[in-house]
Design a protein around this ligand. Structure first.
Ligand SMILES: [Zn+2]
Length: 292
C-alpha cells in the first residue's frame, strides 16, 4: 500500500475483517493519489477466503483477483459519461448469488460522471443492498454527485501526501526528472507526477520554462508557442497558473496578475469545449505573460 494511504487502509481493512464495514463507501480525493488502488486492495481483502489481516494471495479467490477475472468483482470504468445501462447491468450482476459464495463488490470509478438516470438507478441498491455486497464509489469531484447518492455512502477522504512525503516517495521509486516545481504544480499527487514525467511525447516543464523565457526576451513569438502547445493546452494552462503564482508571490500589487488569473480560469473552462480554437486561447494568454 502507498505510505500516504496506509493509515486509512488499515482502519478499513480491520473493519472489513470484523464485518463492520459500511456497504457503500465514497472514496474521495484528488486524482493521482491511488484511490483505485486503495479500493482494489480493500476488495481483495473482502474477497479473500481466508479472512485474515492481509489477503493470503494463494486462495482461489486471491488467484482469480490477481488474474483480474474474479466473478464477484464488478467494475464500471470509462473515460466517458457513465450511462444508465452500464449501471443497470452491473447491479444485475451484483444481485445474483456470489459465484464463490463470499462477498460481492462493485467498484465505480469516476462515479461523478454518472448521468442522473444512472445515479438514480444506483440509489435503490445503495438503500437496500443485497447481503454481503459492497459498493465503492471513487471520485475526484464528489461535489458533482447527487446529494442523495452522497448521503447514502460513508465518506472516505483520501488526501495527497505532504510535499516532503511525496518527494521522498518519488525518490525511493527512482523516478527521474522530479523537481520541487513539478511536485508543487501537481499538488503532491505522486501518480499524476509519474504519469506526467513518463509521458515523453509532451513538452516537459523545463522546456516550457525555457520557451517562456525566450518569448519574454522576444526571441520566440506567442503564436509559434501556441501552435506548438495547442494539443497539450490543459497542461500548459496548469503551468501558466503555477508561473503566475510564482510571479505574484514576488510582486503581489501587480494588477495585471488578477486579470490574467481570471483569464486562466476562463481558459480552463473554454478549453474543455472540443470546438474551441486552442491556438487563439493560448496566444491570448501568452501575450499577457509578455507584459508581466
Ligand atoms: Zn486469499
Amino acid at each position: 500500500m502507498y505510505p500516504w494511504l496506509n493509515g486509512t487502509f488499515r482502519q478499513l481493512a480491520q473493519r472489513a475483517q470484523r464485518n463492520s464495514l459500511h456497504h457503500a463507501l465514497l472514496v474521495q480525493g484528488p486524482s493521482g493519489i491511488g484511490k483505485t488502488f486503495f479500493c482494489d486492495a480493500l476488495t481483495k481483502s473482502l474477497l479473500c477466503k481466508k479472512q485474515e489481516n492481509e489477503p493470503c494471495g494463494t486462495c482461489q479467490s486471491c488467484q482469480l483477483f490477481n488474474a483480474q477475472s474474479h466473478p464477484d468483482l464488478h467494475r464500471i470504468a470509462s473515460d466517458k459519461q457513465l450511462g444508465v445501462d452500464l449501471v443497470r447491468e452491473a447491479i444485475q450482476k451484483l444481485t445474483s448469488t456470489a459465484h464463490l459464495s463470499g462477498n460481492k463488490v462493485l467498484i465505480i470509478e469516476r462515479a461523478d460522471s454518472m448521468t442522473e438516470s444512472a445515479a438514480n438507478a444506483l440509489l435503490k441498491t445503495l438503500e437496500e443492498p443485497t447481503g454481503d455486497t459492497y459498493l465503492f464509489l471513487i471520485s475526484a469531484h464528489p461535489e458533482r454527485l447527487l446529494p442523495t447518492i452522497i448521503s447514502r455512502c460513508e465518506k472516505v477522504n483520501i488526501s495527497a501526501p505532504s510535499f516532503d512525503e511525496c518527494k521522498q516517495w518519488l525518490s525511493s521509486q527512482n523516478i527521474a526528472g522530479v523537481t520541487d516545481d513539478i511536485i508543487r504544480i501537481y499538488g503532491h499527487c505522486p501518480l499524476t507526477i509519474i504519469s506526467q514525467l513518463e509521458n515523453q511525447q509532451s513538452t516537459n516543464y523545463a522546456d516550457f520554462c525555457h520557451s517562456m523565457e525566450e518569448m519574454k526576451r522576444g526571441k520566440m513569438s506567442a503564436l509559434v508557442l501556441a501552435e506548438k502547445w495547442q494539443k497539450e493546452s490543459d497542461q500548459i494552462v496548469l503551468w501558466l497558473q503555477y508561473e503566475l503564482r510564482q510571479i505574484a508571490a514576488a510582486n503581489i500589487h501587480n494588477s495585471l496578475f488578477w486579470q490574467i488569473e481570471n483569464k486562466l480560469k476562463l481558459a480552463t473552462v473554454s478549453l474543455q469545449n472540443p470546438g474551441v480554437n486552442r491556438i487563439l486561447v493560448l496566444t491570448g494568454l501568452l501575450l499577457d505573460y509578455q507584459k508581466l
